[in-house]
Design a protein around this ligand. Sequence first.
Ligand code: F0G
Length: 425
Amino acid sequence: MATLQVCAACGDRFSELDPAVRCPCGGLLELRHDPPAEDGASLRRLFQGRLGDREEANLSGVWRYRELVLPGAGGQIVTHPEGNTPLLRRLPIAEWAGLPDLRIKHEGHNPTGSFKDRGMTVGVTQARRIGARAIACASTGNTSAALAAYGAQAGIPALVFVPAGQVALGKLSQSLAYGARTLLVRGDFDACLRLVQEAADQLGVYLLNSINPFRLEGQKTIVLELLHQLEWQAPDWIVLPAGNLGNTAAFGKALLEARALGLIDRLPRIAAVQAAGAAPFAQGFREGFAARRTVKAETIATAIKIGDPASWDRGVRTIRETDGVVTQVTDAEILEAKAVIDAAGVGCEPASAASVAGARKLREERLIPLDARVVTVLTGHVLKDPGALITYHQEMEPAPSRANRPVEIEADLRAVERVLGREGR
Ligand code: F0G
């Protein structure tokens, strides 16, 4: 077999096609692939050679790196394709953050508008490989959108558990549109995650939350692709928003493997950014991760409104092994960062803006030096959360300084002139 599943808690090993998502001891599983035959330089050439190749797997920004993702997937992959997201430089955003060498990896450019597609192409491929009769997840909205889309493509029924009344409109719409059975649970995300795990156990449905190790293998490619775009010159920092900590875990695994394989020669430091009202991991970091923390989560950034992160231990590992940090930003800071990102023509959903707000804060605290090469990850598209946009621009009183209030007029040229004249003065 090319891949083993290994329990991070007790070390037990399971075959690649074992459908259990957790070890019987309760520990989370991690995938270990046989190391590729190629050395770092040959792998870099292999990946580069696949750019521009029309083969389906090579068109995907996930499967292009398949030796490090799921070498045995073969002809069974379910791909849109996904990935191939841009690494942007935008002066207004860099200036606002106070970091001249700031780049933005925009994962909102994925097919369903978030990085979750990278995990889901692998998760649903695995569901097909093991013959799952249905797939399920709990979600703050993006995972469920991706699950619904990839499930539809594979022809596998999808079941999603989302917190009633707390999912951004774009995301809920996607789950309905792609045909997932959508359960609006009276409770928060943490309650949804508990419930879906019980349901998956009882009903024999394949669980595709980020505790599923196959998801993380796909999400590693955010890092692999950005390193590739930087010609394998590792940046000094990678900054990302953190909720359930699946992505934080995936980033650490990607970096450690990339270094071990000789793709890069040094590790960037990871900065995980939480919303202040949903920041158990930031609290844990301040305490030297002495204990696992949980909170009752509250934030405008509904994607990361999570009080009991499932990938806590592997998140801690990422922070420790990359000499990383965890910080938190207020909702006001998130909204300001988002307004700057949006007005630069880039756009993102609120949770994504936490990364840029966090980078700015770490710069202000002098933790990130002025000349650092920094990559911030925008995790979701601006249209995911139209409600937050309308509230900010149209409804908040007093108007935030960056609010772009629309003006209602009569259908009359003079009214247009009046508005333009007023603005010209
Ligand atoms: N950004 C966005 C846009 C997200 O949707 C999420 C997570 C995160 C950041 C945080 O990533 O959980 O791996 O630390 N969304 C999950 C969901 C929880 O259900 O869509 P994480």
